[in-house]
Ligand binder design. Structure first.
Ligand SMILES: C[S@@+](CC[C@H](N)C(=O)[O-])C[C@H]1O[C@@H](n2cnc3c(N)ncnc32)[C@H](O)[C@@H]1O
Length: 229
C-alpha cells in the first residue's frame, strides 16, 4: 500500500474510533473555534438552497449552517460512518439533512450546489489532492456558488510556523490541558495532518477557476478562506 493510502486508512480508522473523544475536546483544542465556524457560515449566500458540507464529521459546522438555512437541503459528506452516525443522531427528524459516506477524492454526487463548505477536514489531503478536490468542487458548484474552508494552514515560513506552535501551546495550556495531553495533540498534528501554506491553497483555488479568492479570517494555524464561481 502506498504512503498516501496508508495515511488515509489511518485517518479514517482514527475518526471511526475517536468520535466521542473528538467532540469532547475539539472546542478546547482549536482557538476560537465557534467564531471560526460562525464567520465561515456567514460566507454562504442568503439565497443558497443546496449546501454540501465536505468532511462534515459529526456536524459541528453543519449546526452553524442549519441555524442560518433551516430549510435548505444540506448534505453531509464524510468517509467515517461513525462520525456521520453522530450527526444522524444530532439532526434526527430533520428531513432536509442528507448523509453520504464517501471519499473526498471520489466526490461525485451528480448534482450542483449553491455552496460547498468544509471545516477541519481538507488538511488531511496532500497538496496534489487538495488541488484535485478544489477543481472537483468548482465543477459541482452553480454559477455564483461559493466554497468556504475553515481549516489548519501552515505558516508562510518555518519561523512563522514556530510562532504559531508557541501561540497554540499557550492556548492549550490555558485550556487546562496537562503537559502530556497538549504534547500529544501537537505531536498528532505534526505527524498526521498535511496542512499547506495559505498562499499555496489560495493559488490552488485560483487555478481551479475560483474568483474573489481570499482569506476571511485567520489566527495562527487556523484560517477561513475560499472563493466564488
Ligand atoms: C477533524 S474532523 C472535522 C469534522 C467537522 N467538519 C468538524 O468541524 O467538527 C475531520 C473529518 O474529515 C473526515 N475526512 C478526512 N479525510 C477524508 C476523506 N479523504 N474523505 C472523506 N472524509 C474525510 C474525517 O472522517 C472527519 O470526520
Amino acid at each position: 500500500m502506498d504512503a498516501n493510502k496508508h495515511m488515509k486508512k489511518a485517518v479514517k480508522s482514527y475518526f471511526n474510533r475517536a468520535v466521542k473523544a473528538y467532540h469532547a475536546k475539539v472546542k478546547k483544542i482549536l482557538i476560537r473555534y465557534p467564531e471560526m465556524l460562525w464567520i465561515a457560515a456567514e460566507e454562504i449566500p442568503r439565497r443558497a438552497k443546496n449546501i454540501l458540507d465536505l468532511g462534515a464529521g459529526g456536524g459541528n459546522f453543519t449546526t452553524e449552517v442549519i441555524k442560518r438555512f433551516p430549510k435548505a437541503k444540506i448534505t453531509l459528506f464524510d468517509f467515517s460512518k461513525e462520525m456521520l452516525d453522530y450527526a444522524r443522531k444530532r439532526f434526527r427528524g430533520k428531513r432536509n439533512i442528507h448523509y453520504v459516506e464517501g471519499d473526498l477524492l471520489k466526490l461525485d454526487l451528480g448534482e450542483k450546489y449553491d455552496a460547498a463548505v468544509s471545516s477541519m477536514a481538507i488538511h488531511h489531503l496532500s497538496t496534489k489532492e487538495k488541488g484535485k478536490l478544489f477543481r472537483r468542487i468548482y465543477a459541482i458548484l452553480n454559477k455564483g456558488g461559493i466554497f468556504v474552508n475553515a481549516d489548519y494552514v501552515r505558516g508562510e515560513t518555518k519561523s512563522r510556523d514556530r510562532d504559531y506552535d508557541r501561540h497554540w501551546i499557550g492556548h492549550l495550556k490555558a485550556q487546562g490541558l496537562s503537559r502530556k495531553a497538549w504534547r500529544s495533540v501537537v505531536r498528532r498534528h505534526h505527524h498526521h495532518d498535511l496542512p499547506d501554506r495559505l498562499s499555496v491553497q489560495l493559488d490552488l483555488l485560483k487555478r481551479a477557476g475560483f474568483k474573489h479568492v481570499d482569506c476571511i479570517w485567520k489566527i495562527g494555524h487556523q484560517a477561513v478562506f475560499g472563493g466564488r464561481k
